[in-house]
Design a protein around this ligand. Structure first.
Ligand SMILES: Cc1ncc(COP(=O)(O)O)c(C=O)c1O
Length: 373
């Protein structure tokens, strides 16, 4: 007899199903959908792993690697390496939450921040950012969403997909709020180092705050699948470690070795990257300012922005994305990947070369022209 499926916990989301890697990188000419800097090539990192024994490794993570990540802001034992920031988010939410818990999540957001609490069955409410409010964070609105059973607030800054930031004084107000209410703060700071003046590691500010980050975005090494979480709360850390051990025991020793080598020479590797990002940001800003079709909130962190096709533009939006992808071989991250109107699109300007960005932006303009009445 065929088994009845009953309730299944996970669902694949558009951002994963329609991602560039699932579509096929070789079919894309101008990839403006990535939220990272360009991927590093292994050969350019000068790493020789010939003598590395392919054993299990420290369950918390390679000690040298954790020391680099701690960056003198926390104790290296407050750092737990994970499989990407995605792995950290999964460990944190499944360790902390049960269905009767209320969770407040910044929206729009990276999908795992939304889907993990939903999969657990938590009561989820959203702190909604809107273009009309310049995507600005409001402590007042956050306070109003808190319930007696709120266990976790989940924020992401620099923000994905808008590229907006909060100030250090806003961050301190958030910390005071979670401490006074006895609520945990999950702070996804995956894009932290992609601002000229990064906020402190949020996990260093309070025992209630947990930081999440990774090698994928600011460093351009998503293929090694190394992320981390940071917490000063030893009980929580013991639980997170137990979660990690249940899912994958420890990270790949090869990945962690590459990650530690990279951080030892981080400044050198990233100096060219920041010049590239600056040039591309200027190209993007020029394009936005001269566009008849688009409106935006200028980004202040990360390498992404979230512009929108103006409501006055009469466009067949489905045909636009199809034309952009198939005729112009250009990829952006459409609004529905973030559960908002498709007139929004996330444009990543750190990943493409200068030429690819210029051409890709021109293709967006051309695809709009092809699809307006
Ligand atoms: C805010 C944010 N957090 C976490 C992730 C997961 O990244 P990874 O698992 O590659 O570190 C992403 C990926 O897009 C992201 O944008």
């Amino acid at each position: 007899m065929k088994m009845k499926e009953g309730h299944l916990v996970y669902r694949r989301t558009p951002i994963e199903k329609e991602s560039p890697e699932e579509f096929g990188y070789e079919r894309i000419k101008y990839n403006l959908a990535e939220s990272s800097v360009s991927d590093f090539i292994l050969g350019n990192l000068d790493i020789d792993l010939t003598d590395l024994a392919l054993s299990y490794t420290d369950h918390l993570g390679n000690p040298q690697l954790r020391e680099y990540i701690a960056d003198e802001q926390v104790n290296p034992d407050n750092v737990l390496t994970t499989i990407g920031a995605a792995g950290a988010l999964f460990i944190i939410t499944t360790s902390l939450l049960k269905p009767s818990d209320h969770v407040v999540i910044l929206h729009p957001n990276y999908v795992a921040n939304l889907e993990s609490p939903r999969a657990i069955g938590c009561q989820v409410e959203y702190l909604q950012l809107t273009m009309e409010d310049q995507f600005q964070f409001s402590l007042n609105k956050l306070e109003q969403l808190i319930q007696p059973n709120t266990r976790l607030i989940s924020l992401t800054y620099p923000h994905n997909p808008t590229g907006t930031m909060i100030t250090e004084s806003q961050l301190n107000e958030i910390i005071s709020l979670i401490e006074s209410k006895g609520i945990y703060l999950l702070f996804d700071e995956t894009y932290r180092e992609m601002t000229p003046d990064p906020l402190p590691i949020v996990g260093s500010l309070s025992e209630n705050a947990i930081s999440v980050s990774s090698f994928s975005k600011a460093y351009g090494l998503p293929g090694i699948r190394i992320g981390w979480l940071i917490s000063q709360n030893t009980n929580l850390m013991e639980n997170f470690l137990a979660g990690k051990e249940l899912i994958f025991i420890c990270n790949s020793i090869v990945d962690e070795e590459i990650a530690a080598h990279f951080l030892a020479r981080k400044k050198e590797f990233l100096s060219k990257v920041s010049l590239h990002v600056k040039t591309n940001q200027e190209i993007l800003t020029r394009w936005m300012k001269t566009s008849d079709y688009m409106e935006w909130v200028e980004p202040s962190g990360g390498v992404i922005c979230f512009p929108r096709i103006k409501s006055s533009v009469n466009i067949d939006i489905e045909r636009f994305y199809e034309t952009l992808k198939m005729k112009y071989k250009t990829f952006v991250a459409p609004g529905h990947w973030f559960e908002v109107d498709k007139r929004f699109m996330r444009i990543g300007y750190g990943y493409p070369s200068k030429h690819e960005l210029e051409s890709g932006l021109q293709c967006i303009t051309d695809a709009i022209k092809d699809c307006v009445d």
